[in-house]
Each structure stands twice: as C-alpha cells, then as structure tokens.
Design a binder for this molecule. Structure first.
Ligand code: SAH
Length: 339
C-alpha cells in the first residue's frame, strides 16, 4: 500500500532514496517542494527526473485530510477535519501579537478519561499517524495563507499514548527544511504517562513539556484523573525532576481551575509545597464549561487568590488568557457535536 509522504522524516526519505539506488540528497529536494514551495503534486517536482517521480508516485500518496467545518472569531479559528477513513478530529488556531499558534490533536478520541474533559468522554478510536498531525498544520496554513509560529500538542488525545508518531511529527515540523518550527516553539502536554516522560527526557529535545496536574494531592487527583491510579503524584514528581535535570528546560504545570473542587487556598499551599525550588511554572487555566459535565469554572476572585498564594509561596505562576469559549473551542467540543 502507498504511504503518505507527509509521514516521512527527512532521514527516512533519505533511506528510501538509498534503498532504490538514488542519492540521498533527493530527500532534501522533495522536502523543499513539499514544505518550502508547498507543491503537493509530485508531477510538478521539476528538478527530479520523470522516472523517479513515477517511482515516487508509485510508492507514496500526498492525500490530505479534509477541512469539514470552520468556526471563527477574530482571535480564534477552530477546524473540524475529516480523515481518510471517515473519522473526525479538530485543531484550533489562536492569533497573538507575536504570531499565530496551533493546537493540534494527537489521537481520534482519548483513553485517559479525565472527569472534567470533553475528550475524555469520547474514548480513543485510534492513534493519529504523523502525517495526519502534520497535515493539520499544512491545511490550515493554506487556508489562512499564513505561517504558524508555534505548535501546542494539546488538542484531543494523549500525545504520550501515541509516542512514536508524535516524535516523528515533532521531527518533521522541527526540521529546518521541513515546516521549520523551532523546538522552543513546540509544546507537548501530557496527563502524566511517567515511563514516556523518562523516554522523552532521553531524547533531549528542546521542546516545552507541560504536565496536566490539576490536583495538589493524590486523593483529589485520583478522583479527577484515572491516570493517577497508575502513576501517582510521587511517581510523576520524580519523572519531572529527572526531565528537568536531563534537559535543563523549565516545565509547565497546568492546573485547570474547577469551582469548589481544586481551587481552595489549601490546595494552592499544597501545590506550592510539591514544587518548591523546582524550575517550573504553574499555568492556571480557567475551566471551559461544557454541557455534558457538571464542573464549573472557579470565580475570578478565587483564581486570583490561588494565584497570589502561589506567588507568595515562591512559585512562578500565570493565568491563561481565555480563547474561544464562545466557539466551542474547549477541547473536544466541536468533534463532540459532530459524532
Ligand atoms: N492529554 C493531554 C493533552 C490534551 S488536553 C493532557 O492531558 O495534557 C489539554 C489540556 O486541556 C489539559 O491540561 C486538559 O486537562 C485541559 N482541559 C481539558 N478539558 C478542559 C476544559 N473543559 N477547560 C479547560 N481545560 C481543559
């Protein structure tokens, strides 16, 4: 069966060319067509001779995921895509002063079943292939006629539960001859699959790691995030320490503010104690309420008190600016309406 060409890292394409008795620099030429010139028709790769183009066409396709729906306001654009097997995924673009960022999905559905999360209700159907994540970027850049400046892997799915494909995706977009998004402009967010955090640390990529913590003790985290029953806070903290030590990169701790669930001053103090002295910062996320789930967003006051308490305890902290709650941009909401 033909493979999608956007599934190939440059190295893999080099091996491919070598395997068919060609020079490996042809991989660079193909990359320039695809990612610099955005020419997706192999017939038009004019510096590659016809015989090799035919061989390429025989071995690869350049099929794109299709854009089914777009919801937008000035700052946010939300896309629903249909995959070639009929499954749906979504991606969101946010415009900032410094450029535009995209939030990509990593799986069709998600198995992590976090209680407050819309995607958690949807069960994983399958992993996304690397090309299906790369193409979220390509299709959107073509649609908006812009180049995106940063990528967050924070859409539907648990990226570390689709590890191989995610690493491949990161290599392809980070390649200076690929989409050329700098590692420091790529953020991977995980609910805490501990063994994979250790594996990721070994790769020493310069990407940003964000950990969805959302609770300050095991009892609470067990209730909100089933993953904590497998890898508890102690295991997770050890993995984060190892990651910090190996990569020297600051880690982001995400904490979604759920009214009367995890937003008390005691929670803030407990959280501060866990991370005292570590090279992390806490990103407080105002909860996006969804119809199906009973959780409510913490009040502005409570969020501010939580923030102040963390700061006073010596923890760096920010409050996430809100995007897209009026266009169902909260994780999984658009897909949820369409399946
Ligand atoms: N599985 C990964 C990435 C996808 S979820 C992870 O858990 O990090 C991306 C982030 O959005 C996570 O921090 C998740 O907990 C949070 N999230 C999920 N539902 C949300 C909602 N309704 N409002 C705000 N944040 C939410």
């Amino acid at each position: 069966m033909k493979e999608n060409i956007f599934n190939k890292t440059r190295e893999e394409l080099e091996s491919y060319f070598e395997s068919i008795g060609e020079k490996k620099f042809k991989a660079l030429q193909v990359y320039e067509w695809l990612y610099e010139k955005r020419e997706f028709n192999i017939d038009n790769f004019s510096n590659i001779k016809k015989e090799i183009r035919d061989k390429l066409k025989n071995d690869f396709n350049t099929d794109m995921i299709s854009m089914e729906k777009k919801q937008e306001d000035d700052l946010v654009k939300k896309y629903l895509f249909k995959l070639n097997d009929g499954e749906y995924i979504e991606a969101v673009v946010m415009h900032h002063d410094y450029g535009s960022s995209i939030c990509v999905s990593s799986e069709v559905g998600c198995n992590m079943a976090c209680k407050f999360c819309e995607s958690g209700r949807q069960k994983k159907v399958r992993n996304l292939e690397a090309y299906e994540i790369v193409e979220q970027i390509l299709v959107i850049e073509r649609d908006l006629q812009i180049r995106l400046s940063s990528v967050v892997i924070m859409g539907i799915g648990e990226p570390l539960d689709n590890y191989e494909n995610i690493i491949k995706f990161i290599k392809i977009i980070n390649d200076p001859k690929g989409i050329a998004i700098g590692a420091r402009h790529i953020t991977l967010s995980t609910c805490g699959l501990v063994p994979k955090i250790y594996e990721l640390a070994e790769l020493s990529l310069q990407i940003n790691l964000a950990i969805s913590l959302h609770a300050s003790n095991n009892e609470l985290r067990n209730k909100l995030m089933p993953v904590n029953k497998v890898y508890n806070l102690d295991n997770l903290l050890e993995a984060i320490k190892d990651y910090l030590q190996r990569t020297g990169r600051r880690v982001t701790i995400e904490y979604v503010m759920l009214d009367n669930v995890n937003d008390s001053k005691e929670n803030a103090l407990e959280l501060a104690k866990l991370f005292k002295g570590m090279n992390i910062y806490v990103n407080l996320i105002p909860y996006n309420e969804t119809n199906h789930l009973e959780f409510k967003r913490s009040s502005k006051n409570k969020i501010m008190t939580f923030y102040d308490t963390l700061k006073k305890s010596g923890i760096n902290c920010t409050i996430r600016r809100e995007f897209g709650s009026n266009i169902d941009a909260a994780c999984g909401q658009l897909r949820g309406k369409n399946i």
